[in-house]
Design a protein around this ligand. Structure first.
Ligand SMILES: [Zn+2]
Length: 60
């Protein structure tokens, strides 16, 4: 996924997918981590449509 620089700048960054997932779970929302091709770290997105959920996802 291409990430816009403006999006990258204002989003939180995580060093690993695990960290991103843990932070996402704390919000109580369904957030998916993705690797940003701008900063090479992870951000969270609430967009779950059209994306494959990680194993154990609720949408099976
Ligand atoms: Zn980024």
């Amino acid at each position: 996924m291409r990430t816009r620089l403006s999006v990258c700048i204002r989003k939180r960054r995580f060093a690993s997918a695990e960290e991103a997932i843990a932070a996402g779970q704390r919000t109580g929302l369904t957030l998916l981590p993705y690797r940003c091709d701008r900063c090479r770290q992870f951000h969270l997105t609430s967009r779950t449509r059209g994306k494959r959920l990680p194993r154990g996802g609720a949408m099976r």
